[in-house]
Write a protein that binds this ligand. Structure first.
Ligand SMILES: O=C(O)CCC(=O)C(=O)O
Length: 295
């Protein structure tokens, strides 16, 4: 087992420096500045709005805390696919998922940004387990969540994310449950037993199990442009990740020829095909994808 994988298994997250070269950093910062501008101007409809924590995000607030679908062909920003499918990224994902390149499934690639006017926070949550889950349901769901990895790569210093190390393996204690069952975001995330704040320097990445207990706070005054993708293992994962990924409405544009044309490598094309295959299977089985969380 690699050292990265050991830390990731034990803690549910691991920090990795230098997944972005200096050239890529300026290229990605410029691409982010353009998509953030479009989003704030109202020219990009796929966004996370202040006041809404989980999908569907709707359009009720003009202020945004995230830009959805940065690889979408209509944004015309090839730097995102290039980086998402780069050797540096894929090498770490393969180590953490302990799988071969031939299993990698393209999933979400969103961008987390600071709202312009209203500071905002996300409540404590696990991405694909409802806060109302019983201890037994939580244990069962955590036991299945091995086939994908999510990560935050900061382009500017970022201290928004809080996690409870080790909580990707065990159900919440009664105290943790009480603090995560409320729909409100925490006043002080460090009140959660075991919580730590994750600070990333520009270019640094935290890979995490998205069912780790986590929350985040967004300060309107602190510039944030943090790449927020995930990737799966299609061979072993089967349908486990379908709801979590498909709830974001990704297939509508991934299936398009316009998107296919933006992919210049066999790796990227195969990853896309594996995502479409999962969507086809979900359709065939009549899976009601729904949404992972409410709020
Ligand atoms: O803002 C972050 O770093 C975390 C985002 C998050 O928890 C989520 O997308 O579910």
């Amino acid at each position: 087992m690699s050292t990265l994988k050991e830390s990731y298994e034990r803690d549910g997250f691991v920090l990795v420096p230098n997944l972005i070269s200096p050239n890529q950093l300026s290229e990605l910062r410029a691409a982010c500045a353009r998509v953030v501008k479009k989003t704030r101007r109202g020219d990009w409809p796929h966004r996370r709005v202040v006041g809404k924590q989980f999908p569907p995000y709707g359009d009720t607030n003009p202020d945004s805390w995230g830009v959805q679908h940065v690889m979408h062909p209509a944004l015309d920003e090839p730097a995102f696919v290039r980086w998402y499918t780069s050797d540096a990224v894929v090498d770490v994902v393969e180590q953490l998922l302990e799988c071969e390149e031939g299993a990698l499934q393209m999933e979400l690639f969103n961008l987390l940004i600071n709202p312009e006017r209203h500071s905002f926070a996300l409540r404590w949550h696990r991405d694909d387990i409802k806060e109302t889950a019983t201890t037994e349901e939580e244990t069962e769901a955590l036991g299945k969540w091995h086939y994908g990895v999510q990560w935050n790569t900061a382009l500017y210093e970022d201290s928004c994310l809080f996690v409870v190390p080790g909580s990707h393996k065990v159900p919440r204690t009664p105290e943790q449950r009480a603090l995560s069952e409320t729909p409100e975001a925490p006043k002080n995330p460090l009140d959660m037993p075991g919580a730590i704040q994750v600070t990333l320097q520009p270019g640094e990445t935290v890979f995490y199990n998205s069912n780790i207990l986590h929350c985040a706070t967004y300060d309107a005054r602190a510039q944030r442009a943090t790449l927020h993708p995930c990737m799966g293992d299609a061979v072993h994962g089967g349908m486990v990740r379908a709801r979590n990924i498909l709830q974001h409405g990704i297939v509508d544009w991934v299936v398009s020829d316009a998107f296919k044309k933006t992919l210049t490598t066999e790796r990227a094309n195969k990853m896309r095909e594996r995502l479409l295959e999962m969507a086809r299977m979900a359709d065939e089985k009549g899976v009601d994808v729904g949404y992972s969380l409410d709020g």
